[in-house]
Design a protein around this ligand. Structure first.
Ligand SMILES: *Cc1c(COP(=O)(O)O)cnc(C)c1O
Length: 216
């Protein structure tokens, strides 16, 4: 079932859109089925879970961190992940930079945007994005490649559309402003119920869990 789900979704995505299979609360058997269905990127919310999965599965796929990253987990995270999608503070940026430098890695990151300005959500506020980029742009072991957003929780994907639009506008602005300094190219937004709308609004990474793995 998981393999079929993955195959179907991949066949329906435009070719420029990358699928991250959001694997929280799965096991390596389920992840392996998704890989057999063509999944190339696994999204992990927890460093501990990722370590276990990585031990079994290794480098035959890419690993994206999509949860809230605590600074005391960064040392482990930079070893495993090919991208950290949820950079949401200057302190975290500095820690990622430092730990990546120690292992000789330049860490691809996306900046998480709190696009709906929700109090209980992490992410940089839209109005603070320019200053945030300025504050981290010279960290040598970060490669800032784009933006990620969750958008508000809603059963109605059309309600999320304005926030996806907003994220795309912010993405275009930063991309233009720093065209000579950054390789800014990824906009990660959209989950099981919202990925089609997100793609219409410019996403080129979608993070899908339930539609692949079922309800966990
Ligand atoms: C779980 C999760 C997803 C996938 O959500 P589904 O609705 O199961 O597709 C995407 N992004 C993040 C950050 C998640 O934690």
């Amino acid at each position: 079932m998981i393999k079929k789900n993955a195959e179907r979704i991949i066949s329906e995505l435009p070719s420029y859109v990358e699928l991250v299979a959001a694997a929280k609360f799965t096991d390596t058997v389920q992840i392996t089925e998704a890989i057999q269905g063509g999944v190339k990127i696994i999204g992990e919310n927890y460093v501990q879970e990722a370590e276990n999965d990585f031990k079994d599965i290794g480098n035959k796929v890419k690993w994206h961190f999509i949860g809230h990253l605590q600074r005391n987990k960064v040392k482990k995270a930079v070893k495993i992940f090919d991208m950290i999608e949820t950079l949401d503070s200057q302190r975290l940026a500095k820690t990622i930079n430092k730990e990546s430098a120690k292992i000789g890695k330049i860490m691809p990151v996306l900046i998480e945007i709190n696009s709906a300005i929700e109090e209980n959500k992490s992410g940089i506020l839209p109005e603070g994005l320019d200053d945030f980029v300025k504050s981290i742009i010279d960290l040598p072991n970060l490669n800032i490649q784009g933006l990620m957003t969750m958008g508000p929780l809603s059963d109605e994907p059309q309600d999320i559309r304005p926030y996806f639009k907003k994220a795309k506008n912010l993405f275009d602005r930063v991309k233009d402003k720093y065209a000579d300094k950054l390789d800014f190219r990824y906009l990660s937004m959209g989950m099981t119920h919202s990925y089609k709308v997100a793609i219409e609004e410019g996403a080129n990474i979608v993070r899908i869990g339930t539609a692949i793995f079922g309800n966990r």
